[in-house]
Ligand binder design. Sequence first.
Ligand code: ZN
Length: 370
Amino acid sequence: MARRTLILALLLLSPACIPADAAPRCGVPHKPPCPTTTPRPTTTLPTPPAPSKRIAVLLINFADDLRQPWTPAFIDSLYDGPPTSVSDFYNRSIGLTVSADVFGWFTIATTTAQCPSSQNALSDQADAAAIAAGVDLSLYTNRQYFWPANAVSGCRSGGQQPGTRSWVAMPTSCNQATGICAARTIPAHEFGHNLGYAHASAWNCAGVVLSTSCVHSEYGDSFDVMGSGYGLLSNLNRLRFGAIPSTQVVDVTNATITVTPLNNPTSLVYRIPYGSDFIYIENRAERTVYENGPGTWNGGMLLFRVGPDYTVQTLGAWPGSHLLDGSPESNTNPGARGLPVGASFTTPTGVTITNLSFDGVNNTVQVASP
Ligand SMILES: [Zn+2]
């Protein structure tokens, strides 16, 4: 009864939105972020984190769930293997060197029922077990606690944002025998929180590309690993890490511009002022192994995200962004969010953006402000 009373009290006290300093918990629908009532602090370009990261992956199971569905060598292939590994992903996205070592399995005293409220306790137990087994955890910048997902609500993935600890509840659909592991995005996503990244969200704007009454979709960005995809990090997220020089950022109000592909290191990043935020324009014409996910890419379509200036941080973490739906009238595929060639939209502030043409690599785009 006392537990029921506590849960009820927590529910009543639970805000309708997520405070900016809340640790993200992944895998369930999130509440929208609380509106910012005071201006967010603007800093200079954030200092890039250390040029390399080393993750200790601790395979754990619970006192009442002793499954070991994968070998440490297989799990290591998700981190250090060829394309689509965590290491390859961050190297290609932001030039960060990531390596990982996998240890375990370690059985901890926490039960699956205790898991949702014992995130730090289970981590401490896993650390102690690893140290007892001779692992020198001081060699690692980050720790990721990794277990086979179970049916207990709340025993799920998450990551400190920013921080050094993250948690991966990997579905057993991750198949060692076939090597097919669609959920391989989870380790990369949770590690992204440790780097400071918030979720890459989307706005659904009731039949138009952008309005003042769009509905927040927490994981709606199907192109960024911090949303629902495994595409390379967005230009905004790359700028935040210093992976693109600030000298390559161009603010546009009235111009016809050439937008080159995301991965081109010399590409300019064009953005359009929108209130205190910006609309960032992105070309994903260069198809890597990471752009073959749920986002259906039609030749020449352009992505638009609304986000803050890339130098803005909140409590040491980077605020999220909102991918727009460039073809909202006909779109039944939530992954297909590009603005097609020949299409245009007008923002509530009166700026008209037109995707004029695509030559197979580059887009020509017209921006017209009142
Ligand atoms: Zn998350």
